[in-house]
Design a protein around this ligand. Structure first.
Ligand code: NAG
Ligand code: NAG
Ligand code: NAG
Ligand code: NAG
Ligand code: NAG
Ligand code: NAG
Length: 794
């Protein structure tokens, strides 16, 4: 207490003499902070004068409000004997004892009103919306503070009973613990706090939502985790959680996060790479977040790169040295390399190859030539391939070598006024420098001058062109490059026409034509003979005129004159021709054409039987004839059992030729052939042969064996005939033996056939069977003498 204040009070008491009340009492008032307080103090005995004052907690007199002032604590006269005090806003600082004091006879009486301000309970940390996590224990926070201990009570909206501690709930000063939260626990909870002392209570509705932590269910890449460079690509993340989680992505990188370029754009739960780049390879993290928590998952991406050939350079090597072609390629996955030579492959043991992988995603291919030569020169292709692509490049291997001539000596003919090119053709790499030298001797000084001029002019040219004035002699061409040199000698000689020919023989003469054989000349001092010329005429004309018929033949043609008159004497002379010109005429030859007549008979080829067996072709030598043979007539008949089947003979006219294909003939059958040549004058005599067409795919029988078999068959037939006649005569049936024999065979071949078909029309049956087995009754009686030819069997 302030001592000074007390002095003041005592002074007041001493100056006043009346008392309004004579009792003292103490009253306690608990008042909520912020509310107001009002207390009247009545003077019960106003007769002795109203003597009342109010003292505040500090024993200061509380004064009434004066106009224009404001005070939290003031006093007021309600009427003449009621004096009241107002506290408009109670706080802790205004708490204390407020006293109404009166005095009587030196006695001080006071009514004491203890005003105790108290704070009402209030909530701290109590949010109106709260979240608990599904599946876990959670707490609904509700903390209340107050002057005194507070009683906290919980209610859930829609439920009557107060929540008390049990298996599910536990009420704590911090809040309500709910165990094993499920969706059911969602709702509005009322938290009530009451001050038992003051009776003050507060409550709050708390809306509780049950949430779930995110969980990433799927993190997938499209189209796959190995996209190809340049493709569009995305990664999708799928997470569960309540509320629905938010997605973020990041690339996990050794570098600082800041340094990782974001090369994608996020669209919802995806990150999209419009054009994926090599540096986009790596591990990506999807982060799913909501109020309940966070979940992450990683995915690794490798961007596939199509192969790139990083090295495949042209190589130049000197022949005989060791060299190497290198192809290097990179790509993801690591590429495979192959190298191909676009040239003639050879089994070259001196070429070896090797492969290396110096780094992941890099392949090197080495093609080594232990001794490179010019056949290795050319284009090489390197092909690098991996799962996502293939690339091909080409390089050139250049092989350097000294000049080389295919022939080191050449003889060249020239003659008057002929331009000539002397060729110094060679192979070399690099290109060689050509120089010419002339070694002619015995030449005129003027010519030498000319040659020197020419050489100076054409020192390095190829070919050396010599025009108009021909300078014979030996020319030497030298081709030189940095790896060596080679020489070629060209002997330029004067060429002459061929000498006269005198060895001409007639190889064939007819009524209208003559064919010559021309020999030589043996030695030509000049270019080779390219043809022959002739001049001819009837002997009677020859001396009358200078204009004769002439004919020129190329060297390799048949030297034949035709459209001659029959039975006429001719004269003819010949000359050989070369590039220089016509040689001199030969001596004159005479010949006489033949009289016209029918052709001679043609002759069979020496190997006719062998050719029939092996090639199925009938060959002959063309018939000699004064007039041209116009056609041949070939007649052919099959032979059965050694007998010519005359009714089956056929005849064909053939254009002049010397062979006839036997494809339409029956196999395993012997034929009789007759050949006649015909010209304008008539037919030659016939030439005949009997040959057997071999069975198909069977070893052929020699003609001797065929003849032997034919004889044997006929012999057996005769024996059988004899025997059968004997038997059938006894039975009274007269029939040909062969018919019967055929009949019997048919039975044995096909017993169901019996004899029916054969009886009906035996001739038809025989024709039907002819190709494989021919026994002809009607031929039997007409046999003898018909089988002719080299191997007549009868
Ligand atoms: C290799 O040689 C070829 C043919 O001469 C040429 O076209 C090409 O440019 C060369 N390549 C390189 C890389 O020099
Ligand atoms: C390269 O080789 C692969 C496999 O042998 C083939 O499929 C591809 O067509 C080749 N590519 C080229 C450009 O030659
Ligand atoms: C000689 O060479 C020239 C030029 O190369 C050419 O025009 C001419 O036709 C050639 N002559 C002969 C006979 O080869
Ligand atoms: C004429 O040619 C024949 C053969 O064609 C030959 O035998 C003969 O020796 C040659 N005679 C002369 C003189 O060349
Ligand atoms: C060759 O004969 C024809 C007529 O057949 C004639 O015109 C030509 O002048 C003759 N040639 C010679 C070189 O006699
Ligand atoms: C050829 O014919 C004879 C009788 O004509 C026969 O015995 C032989 O089996 C036949 N050969 C072939 C291969 O057909």
């Amino acid at each position: 207490m302030d001592g000074y204040a007390w002095v003041t009070i005592i002074e007041i008491f001493l100056t006043e003499g009346n008392a309004c009340f004579t009792s003292s009492q103490v009253e306690i008032n608990k008042i909520k902070t912020g509310s107001s307080f009002y207390q009247e103090c009545r003077c019960d005995d106003p007769s002795s004068g109203v003597n009342l004052i109010w003292l505040d907690a500090n024993n200061k007199t509380i004064l009434p409000l004066r106009p224009g002032t404001k005070s939290n604590v003031y006093s007021e006269w309600l009427d003449k004997h009621t004096y009241s005090v107002y506290i408009s806003n109670i706080s802790k600082s205004t708490s204390g004892a407020y006293k109404c004091v009166t005095k009587h006879s030196g006695q001080t009486y006071m009514l004491t009103y203890n005003v105790e301000a108290y704070d009402p309970p209030y909530f701290v940390n109590t949010k109106e919306n709260q979240y608990v996590i599904s599946g876990k224990d959670g707490i609904i926070t509700c903390e209340a503070r107050g002057e005194n201990d507070l009683l906290i009570k919980w209610h859930k909206e829609g439920e009557e009973l107060e929540i008390t501690d049990d298996e599910k709930y536990k009420v704590t000063p911090e809040g309500l613990i709910i165990k094993e939260i499920t969706k059911e626990d969602e709702g509005v909870y009322k938290c009530s706090a009451s001050d038992l002392d003051t009776g003050e209570g507060i409550d709050r509705d708390i809306k509780v939502e049950v949430i779930a932590t995110p969980s990433i269910k799927e993190l997938v890449a499209f189209p796959n985790t190995t996209p190809t460079l340049g493709e569009s690509f995305y990664i999708e993340c799928l997470a569960s959680g309540v509320p629905h989680p938010e997605y973020t992505f990041r690339k996990i990188s050794d570098m600082d996060l800041a340094e990782t370029n974001i090369t994608w754009q996020q669209v919802g739960n995806r990150i999209v790479f419009d054009i994926i780049q090599e540096e986009d390879s790596g591990t990506y993290e999807c982060i799913a977040t909501n109020r309940a928590g966070i979940s992450t998952k990683n995915i690794s991406i490798e961007v596939f790169l199509p192969p790139i050939i990083t090295e495949f350079d042209n190589v130049t090597a000197v022949e005989g040295s060791t060299t190497q072609i290198v192809c290097k390629a990179t790509g993801i996955p690591t590429p495979q390399i192959s190298v191909t030579f676009l040239g003639e492959e050879s089994e070259d043991q001196s070429i070896v190859w090797d492969k290396k992988n110096p780094n992941v995603n890099e392949t090197e291919f080495y093609l080594s030539f232990l001794r490179v030569n010019r056949t290795h020169e050319g284009t090489y292709q390197c092909n690098a391939t991996n799962e996502v692509g293939s690339i091909m490049e080409e390089m050139q291997l250049f092989v350097l070598y000294p000049p080389h001539f295919n022939t080191s000596y050449e003889k060249v003919w020239a003659w008057k006024d002929k331009s000539i090119n002397l060729s110094c053709e060679h192979q070399s790499n690099p290109k060689a420098v050509i120089t010419w030298r002339y070694q002619g001797n015995e030449i005129l000084a003027t010519d030498l001058l000319e040659i020197n001029r020419l050489m100076a002019d054409k020192m390095h040219s190829n070919p050396l062109i010599i025009k108009n004035k021909t300078l014979y002699g030996i020319y030497e061409c030298t081709a030189r490059n940095e790896f060596g040199e080679a020489k070629k000698i060209i002997h330029l000689q004067e060429g002459f026409t061929p000498p006269a020919i005198n060895n001409v023989t007639i190889t064939k003469i007819t009524s209208s034509s003559v064919t010559f054989s021309i020999e030589g000349p043996n030695e030509v001092n000049g270019p080779d003979v390219i043809g022959y010329r002739s001049e001819y005429d009837e002997i009677d004309n020859y001396n009358i005129t200078n204009i004769h018929l002439n004919r020129t033949w190329a060297k390799d043609r048949s030297f034949k004159l035709d459209r001659l008159k029959p039975n006429t004497s001719y004269v003819i002379k010949f000359a050989a021709i070369n590039d220089v010109g016509n040689g001199p005429w030969s001596n004159i030859f005479n010949f006489v054409t033949l009289d016209r007549s029918v052709p001679n008979e043609p002759d069979w080829d020496e190997n006719v039987e062998q050719l029939v067996a092996s090639d199925r072709v009938l060959k002959w030598k063309p018939a000699d004839s004064s007039d041209t043979v116009e056609f041949y007539t070939l007649k052919y008949c099959p032979i059965y059992d050694g007998l010519i089947a005359k009714s089956l003979c056929e005849e064909e006219q053939i254009e002049p030729t010397d062979e006839f294909q036997l494809n339409k003939m029956d196999a395993n059958t012997t034929y009789y052939f007759e050949l006649v040549a015909q010209n304008a004058l008539g037919n030659s005599s016939a030439v005949r042969i009997t040959v057997t067409i071999p069975a198909e795919e069977e070893p052929t029988l020699s003609s001797g064996a065929i003849a032997g078999i034919a004889i044997l068959v006929i012999f057996l037939c005769l024996v059988l005939l004899d025997f059968l006649l004997l038997i059938w005569r006894r039975q009274g049936i007269i029939a040909s033996c062969c018919y019967k024999k055929t009949n019997k065979r048919e039975v044995s071949i096909n017993s169901r056939d019996k004899k029916g078909l054969l009886k009906e029309n035996p001739e038809n049956i025989d024709k039907l069977k002819r190709p494989s087995n021919g026994h002809k009754e009607y031929e039997y009686n007409k046999t003898t003498g018909a089988i002719t030819g080299k191997h007549s069997s009868v």
